[in-house]
Design a protein around this ligand. Structure first.
Ligand code: SF4
Ligand code: SF4
Length: 467
């Protein structure tokens, strides 16, 4: 009878069966574990890291301000953010075309936290996979103390993860204030923590591989990025088959190198048998079965590599396929577009509007009748450091700019509204109107590549008075 890989996670009637993957050590795991710990460290540390006085990563959705690698992006930077999203998707596509599901097995938060933290806690409290399987049939009263301890530990870890995640949006200072103020004072943050902690507990604590198998969209589409040069975890059937126990070796019935120990199945976190094929949807390329089989091969004196993480065309050499070149080219084009759009980012954005209220004012002065038009300048600083904006008029003699603060400071990320009045001689209008030029000179304290020292922009304003 053929092996039905569903039996590891589902029974014949489609009900979930718990998977208890056996712990595995080996070449790939000794590479994978440091990667996981570095990723966890960064995830927890990122909200606290600043670059040049600005957060390394902050996603302030409420104020539509995003800080990425210390650079502030606001709502008007949508084209740039859109390019970043495309670039991010292309990095995924390129990595997948080269190394298969390396994201799933090595970097996805789902895998990283489950393997490096939640399974570790499970092993510490409930014992090895064999003990857990054996104890699963014990009465609940006997298992309860360890179960409670395990879920309390899960809850603690989940709370750390969700608070760190929330800090990415609100910042660590605001997070600390919210925690100290309590849930009554910060009901939205409390609700977010409540929901996200519940989701993490459910997913990382119980749902686990089912998310990868039945819910993850990337898992469903990843195969479209791959070609025959892509690295995949594969069983060498030509070498391994016909499989059979060592003791069954006879001259009459020769067999392959697979001793059918099922060690590769026992270590698999998604419960599959890689010997059924290399392109199984459930395989997350964790390389656990590679290490498990290599260990078996060493013990029986056979060459390692019966299960390999290697190009799917069977080649032992790394070869970059056309698909990967295409993704790399597209990524380079997006990089060029990012630089081009980034170059156009200003030091400070200045918009000028006519102020609401009376269209003009009239005053009698020694020189004659003088009209006044009130405007509002909206200034939005874009650069780190001290930015200043200076206004001047280019019009007719007698035109006068009345502004309380000029030049005005424009700190990064702050939107200021500065009212000002343009005063002009009554006789300077033609048919009740005239155009003048408002010149804005924007200076940045720190200049450098993509950050010019000053910019001069001109805006046309329409002055109005009695017709
Ligand atoms: S671990 Fe290797 S030898 Fe054992 S069943 Fe799997 S493929 Fe065969
Ligand atoms: S088949 Fe191997 S590489 Fe794929 S998920 Fe299972 S153990 Fe990991």
């Amino acid at each position: 009878m053929g092996i039905d890989h569903r039996t590891r996670s589902l029974d014949e009637e489609g009900r979930r069966k718990a998977i208890h993957p056996v712990e595995v050590k080996g070449k790939w795991q000794s590479r994978r574990q440091p990667v996981q710990f570095i990723l966890i460290f960064f995830f927890l540390a990122i909200p606290w890291i600043s670059v040049g006085g600005r957060p390394l990563l902050r996603l302030n959705i409420f104020e539509r301000k995003f800080s990425v690698f210390g650079v502030l992006f606001q709502s008007h930077d949508v084209p740039l953010l859109f390019l970043f999203v495309i670039g991010f998707a292309l990095v995924f596509a390129l990595a997948t075309s080269l190394f298969g599901r390396v994201w799933c097995g090595w970097a996805c938060p789902q895998t990283v936290f489950i393997e490096a933290v939640f399974r570790r806690i499970e092993r510490w409290i409930e014992g090895s996979a064999f003990e857990r399987k054996r104890n699963a049939d014990l009465p609940l009263s006997e298992r309860l103390p360890r179960l409670v301890l395990k879920w309390v530990a899960y809850l603690g870890v989940s709370l750390v993860i969700t608070h760190s995640f929330l800090a990415l949006f609100v910042g660590p200072e605001a997070l600390r204030a919210m925690v100290l103020a309590g849930p009554i004072e910060s009901p939205q943050a409390f609700t977010f923590i409540l929901i996200s902690t519940s989701v993490i507990l459910f997913d990382f604590g119980w749902f686990r591989e089912q998310f990868c198998i039945v819910m993850c969209p990337y898992g469903r589409i990843q195969s479209i990025f791959q070609d025959t040069n892509t690295f995949t975890v594969a069983y060498d059937a030509r070498r391994g088959e016909p499989r059979g126990a060592l003791r069954k070796l006879t001259k009459e019935s020769p067999r392959g190198d697979c001793v059918d120990c099922t060690r590769c199945v026992q270590v698999c976190p998604t419960g599959i048998d890689i010997r059924n094929g290399s392109s199984q949807l459930e395989c997350i390329a964790c390389t656990g079965c590679v290490d498990a089989c290599d260990d078996v091969m060493k013990r029986i004196g056979k060459p390692v590599g019966l299960i390999r993480y290697a190009p799917s065309n069977g080649s032992s050499r790394f070869h970059v396929g056309m698909r990967s070149y295409a993704y790399a080219l597209a990524l380079a084009l997006v990089g060029v577009a990012v630089v081009a759009v980034g170059e156009k980012r200003t030091i400070a954005m200045v918009e000028v509007f006519k102020a609401p209220g009376d269209p003009y004012s009239v005053s009698e002065e020694a020189a004659g009748l003088v009209y006044g038009n009130v405007f509002v300048a909206e200034i939005s600083g874009q650069r780190v450091g001290r930015n200043t904006v200076e206004f001047s008029l280019r019009g007719e003699p007698g035109d006068q700019l009345v502004m309380p603060n000029n030049p005005i400071s424009a700190p990064e990320g702050v939107i200021l509204r500065q009212p000002f009045t343009v005063r002009f001689a009554a006789g300077s209008l033609r048919e009740g109107r005239r155009e003048i030029t408002l010149r804005t000179t924007v200076r940045a304290e720190s200049s450098g590549p993509g950050n010019p020292g000053s910019e001069v922009k001109e805006k046309r304003l329409v002055l109005i008075g009695p017709f």
